[in-house]
Design a binder for this molecule. Structure first.
Ligand SMILES: C[S@@+](CC[C@H](N)C(=O)[O-])C[C@H]1O[C@@H](n2cnc3c(N)ncnc32)[C@H](O)[C@@H]1O
Length: 484
C-alpha cells in the first residue's frame, strides 16, 4: 500500500513550485515573500540626521545619515539589559566607528564572528535547532549529488586525483551520504581528496563524526585540520576559506546552501539616488536600520557592478536591491579554479535568476523573527542571485560554461531520485517507508504536502522549485548532466 502511494506520488509531475516547510511556522529559511521580511526598519524619525564616520570594509569616508528615507518601521525586541557578547560587540563597533555599519558587515558578524557568531558554537540544524536543510531531510539528496559528481568525474576522463570540495558542509550529512552512495565505485572514491570549507569549529567536529574520521590532527605548521574518513578511506582536510584549498588538481565543488549565508549589502532608491541601508544603535540602545544620505563606496562599487549586468527594464521598477560581493568573489575564484584545473561546481540554493530586491530574513527555532532581534540567536540568509553567479563566472574565466539554473525538482528528477526511492522502498519497514515518502516529497514536491492531515498552518511545504541548481564547468568537458 505504501508502495502504491509512493508510486502515486512519484507519478505526479515533480516540476512544480514548492516551498520547503510548514506554511505557518516551521523550518528552513522559510520562503515568505521578501517584502514580508523587508520591513525591519526602525524609527524613521525625520529629524534624525547626523554625521557619521563610516569606516567599514570600504574606504573610510564621512557621511551623514538621513533617517527620513526609512519606511515601514516595525518594532523589534531585545532587552538591552541582557546584551549578549555579540550584541555588545556590534554596539562597540558602531560606537567606536562613530556611525552605522553596512548590512553586510552586520550579517557577517552575526553569522560568523569567531567568538559568538550564529554558526560558531552550536548545532543549528534539525528539529531541535533553527532550521532543516535538504541533506537532513533525506539521504537521497546527498546520494543524488554524488551521482552528479561521479558523472562529472567520468566526463573529466576519470582523473586519478580529484579535489572534492564542499563549501559550508553543515553537519557533514551531504558528504557522508555522497560517500556512502559512491562507495561501490572504487575508482572514483580512490581519486578523492576531500576538502571541507567550514568556519565553525563546532560544525567541523560534527562533520568529522559524520564522516567517521580517524587520525585527526593538525597539519604541521598550519592551522589546517586533517583526517581520514573511514567511510571510504579518503583524506579529508578542513579550511576556513575556498582559496586555502590547494590548486593544480581537477576540482569538483559542491555549494549547498552556502551562498545564501554570504553577507549582502542592501541598497534603497531615494529621491537623492541610490543609498545604502545600514545598521545603527538608537539612544535607548536598540538596533535600527538607517539609510545613508548619499551613495556609500559600496553603492558606487557593488551596486554599479551588479547593475552593469542588468537590463534597464530589470531594475528601473525596483526600490530595493541586494548585492552579495562575497558571492561574486567566490564565484570568480571557483570559475578561475575550474577553468584552469578542470572540473566543475554545483550550486544549489534558494534564490532567483535575476536581481534580488529585498530578501534578507532571520529564522530562530523555525520561526521568522526580525533581522535585528537579538543578533546571533537567529539565522540570517538572503536569496541567491543566480544571474549574478552566471555573470561573475563568465567574466572571470573564458574556459568555463555556466548551466542552469534549473529547479531542484528537475535536477533530482533527472538524476533518478524516483528510481532510488523505489529501490529503497524494497527493503524498508512500514515506518521507514513513510519517512522516505515524506522526505522524497519535501525534496521534489511543490506546495503543501498532499498526505498531510495535521493542522493546515503546520503543513510541510516542498522545496522542489524554491531551490535552484546551477553548474559551472570547464568547457572542455561539455555540458554536465542533467543540464544538457
Ligand atoms: C546554511 S548552512 C548549510 C549547511 C549544509 N550545506 C546543509 O545544507 O545542511 C551554511 C554552512 O556554511 C558555513 N558557513 C557560513 N558562512 C561561512 C563562511 N563565511 N566561511 C566558511 N563557512 C561558512 C556554516 O557554518 C554552515 O556549515
Amino acid at each position: 500500500m505504501i508502495q502504491t502511494s509512493l508510486r502515486h506520488l512519484l507519478s505526479r509531475r515533480v516540476l512544480q513550485r514548492i516551498p520547503f516547510i510548514a506554511a505557518g511556522s516551521s523550518s528552513r529559511r522559510g520562503f515568505s515573500h521578501p517584502s514580508e521580511n523587508s520591513s525591519s526598519f526602525a524609527d524613521p524619525r525625520p529629524d534624525d540626521e547626523r554625521d557619521v564616520n563610516h569606516q567599514g570594509s570600504e574606504a573610510a569616508t564621512t557621511i551623514s545619515v538621513d533617517r527620513s528615507g526609512l519606511i515601514n518601521p516595525i518594532q523589534h525586541c531585545y532587552e538591552p539589559s541582557s546584551d549578549s557578547e555579540l550584541v555588545k560587540h556590534l554596539k562597540s563597533i558602531i560606537k567606536f566607528r562613530g556611525g552605522p555599519i553596512s548590512v553586510a558587515e552586520y550579517m557577517a558578524e552575526v553569522l560568523t564572528n569567531p567568538k559568538s557568531g550564529f554558526y560558531i558554537n552550536r548545532d543549528v540544524f534539525g528539529a531541535e535547532g533553527d532550521f532543516i536543510t535538504s541533506p537532513e531531510v533525506s539521504q537521497m539528496f546527498g546520494e543524488m549529488v554524488g551521482v552528479w559528481a561521479m558523472c562529472l568525474w567520468e566526463q573529466m576522463g576519470q582523473p586519478e586525483e580529484v579535489n572534492l570540495i564542499e563549501l559550508g558542509p553543515g553537519r557533514g550529512t551531504l558528504m557522508a551520504d555522497l560517500l556512502r552512495g559512491a562507495s561501490k565505485f572504487e575508482a572514483f572514491t580512490k581519486s578523492l581528496r576531500i576538502h571541507l570549507v567550514e568556519c565553525s569549529p563546532t560544525l567541523q567536529k560534527l562533520q568529522s563524526e559524520a564522516l567517521k574520521c580517524l587520525d585527526e590532527g593538525n597539519t604541521t605548521g598550519s592551522s589546517t585540520k586533517s583526517a581520514i574518513s573511514s567511510l571510504i578511506e579518503a583524506p579529508i582536510t578542513w579550511h576556513s576559506a575556498f582559496d586555502q584549498v590547494p590548486s593544480g588538481v581537477p576540482t569538483i565543488v559542491i555549494a549547498h546552501e552556502f551562498y545564501d549565508a554570504l553577507p549582502v549589502h542592501q541598497f534603497q532608491r531615494a529621491s537623492r539616488g541610490w543609498c545604502e541601508k545600514m545598521v545603527d544603535v538608537t539612544e535607548d540602545s536598540t538596533f535600527r536600520f538607517v539609510l545613508s544620505p548619499q551613495p556609500t563606496p559600496a553603492t558606487l562599487l557593488y551596486l554599479m557592478r551588479r547593475l552593469k549586468w542588468a537590463g534597464a527594464e530589470e531594475f528601473t521598477q525596483l526600490e530595493h536591491i541586494e548585492v552579495c560581493p562575497q558571492g561574486m568573489e567566490l564565484t570568480e575564484a571557483i570559475s578561475k579554479r575550474v577553468g584552469s584545473d578542470g572540473g566543475g561546481a554545483l550550486i544549489i540554493d534558494y534564490g532567483q535568476n535575476g536581481i534580488v530586491s529585498d530578501s534578507l530574513q532571520a529564522i530562530r527555532r523555525h520561526k521568522f523573527v526580525s533581522v535585528l532581534d537579538d543578533p546571533g540567536s537567529a539565522d540570517l540568509s538572503a536569496y541567491v542571485d543566480f544571474a549574478m553567479v552566471r555573470c561573475s563566472a563568465e567574466e572571470a574565466s573564458e574556459n568555463v560554461s555556466v548551466h542552469g539554473p534549473i529547479t531542484q525538482s528537475e535536477f533530482l528528477g533527472s538524476l533518478g531520485i524516483n528510481f532510488r526511492a523505489e529501490a529503497l522502498l524494497q527493503s524498508c519497514t512500514e515506518q521507514q517507508a513513510e519517512a522516505l515518502r515524506a522526505g522524497y516529497w519535501r525534496l521534489v514536491g511543490d506546495g503543501e504536502a498532499p498526505f498531510w492531515d495535521g493542522p493546515q498552518e503546520l503543513a510541510p511545504i516542498g522545496m522542489g522549485t524554491r531551490y535552484l541548481a546551477m553548474a559551472i564547468v570547464n568547457k572542455n568537458q561539455g555540458p554536465p548532466i542533467p543540464f544538457q
